[in-house]
Every structure is written in structure tokens, then in C-alpha cells.
Write a protein that binds this ligand. Structure first.
Ligand SMILES: [Fe+2]
Ligand SMILES: [Fe+2]
Length: 147
């Protein structure tokens, strides 16, 4: 796999992180009701993780000599708490699928000096997305349903 292809995949990931960050922050502002406080706190906390993921992906792209994207992937609107949690759970799962594909592609390409740092960083982000899935499922009362 060429460097350009890796840069392009990492830019897709960066765009997902841009929209995830914006979406969590926007959704945090529309949560209302008795149980709103802990949900708002959790959404903002996850938004902070997505911001760190952006920084990671940007640095990885820069290290490969690429230009980090300034675009965003599509975002989802939601009104109720359940809609918000469902929309973000769906997007977290999509991010896991996309990052997993990137990992698979990288690991198949062990031709020369295999990029362990890249693999490590993406694996670490994947672990955090998995945590987000667990947290959203817990809030939805669907704990462990992704297994
Ligand atoms: Fe993320
Ligand atoms: Fe996430």
C-alpha cells in the first residue's frame, strides 16, 4: 500500500473525528430533562476524546508528509435523548469499522519497514471508540449488546 493511500485513509478518519466532535457538542446542548446532567457531562467528555483523536490523526498525516483534511463527514441530527444516543452509537460503530479496515490494510502491508507506531496509535484510538460504544450502550440500557 502506498503512502498516498494511507494518507487518504487517515484523512477519512480525521473527517469522522471532526464530525464526531461537533456532533457530541451540539447534542450536549439539546439534551433536556431530569436525567440530563450526567448525559451532558458524558457527551462532552467523549467530545474531548474525539478532539484528541483528531490531533493524533493530524500528526500521523503530517508525519507522512500529507495535508490534514479540514472537511467533516456528514453529521446526524437528533432531538430526544434516545435519538442522540442511538445516532452517536451508530457513528461510533461506523468509526470502528473504518479504523479496523485501516488496521487490516496496514497489517497486510509488511513488505519493508512496518509502521508499528501507526498501528499502535490507531489501535489505541480503536480502544477508546470501543469504550465510547460501551458508555453509550450503558446510557441506552443496552449494555453489551454489541457482542
Ligand atoms: Fe474518535
Ligand atoms: Fe468515539
Amino acid at each position: 500500500m502506498g503512502k498516498e493511500e494511507i494518507i487518504s485513509l487517515l484523512n477519512k478518519a480525521l473527517e469522522l473525528e471532526h464530525s464526531a466532535h461537533i456532533q457530541y457538542l451540539s447534542h450536549a446542548e439539546i439534551v433536556e430533562g431530569e436525567n440530563a446532567e450526567p448525559i451532558i457531562a458524558r457527551l462532552k467528555e467523549i467530545a474531548g476524546d474525539e478532539l484528541k483523536h483528531q490531533e493524533k490523526f493530524r500528526a500521523l498525516i503530517g508525519a507522512l508528509g500529507g495535508v490534514p483534511s479540514m472537511n467533516t463527514a456528514p453529521t446526524a441530527s437528533a432531538k430526544t435523548i434516545t435519538e442522540i444516543l442511538d445516532a452517536n452509537l451508530k457513528d461510533e460503530k461506523m468509526a470502528v469499522d473504518v479504523y479496523r479496515k485501516i488496521m487490516d490494510k496496514i497489517s497486510k502491508d509488511k513488505s519493508k519497514y512496518y509502521d508499528f507506531l501507526l498501528e499502535h496509535e490507531i489501535r489505541h484510538i480503536l480502544m477508546e471508540e470501543q469504550e465510547h460504544i460501551t458508555e453509550l450502550e450503558l446510557l441506552l440500557g443496552k449494555s453489551g449488546s454489541s457482542y
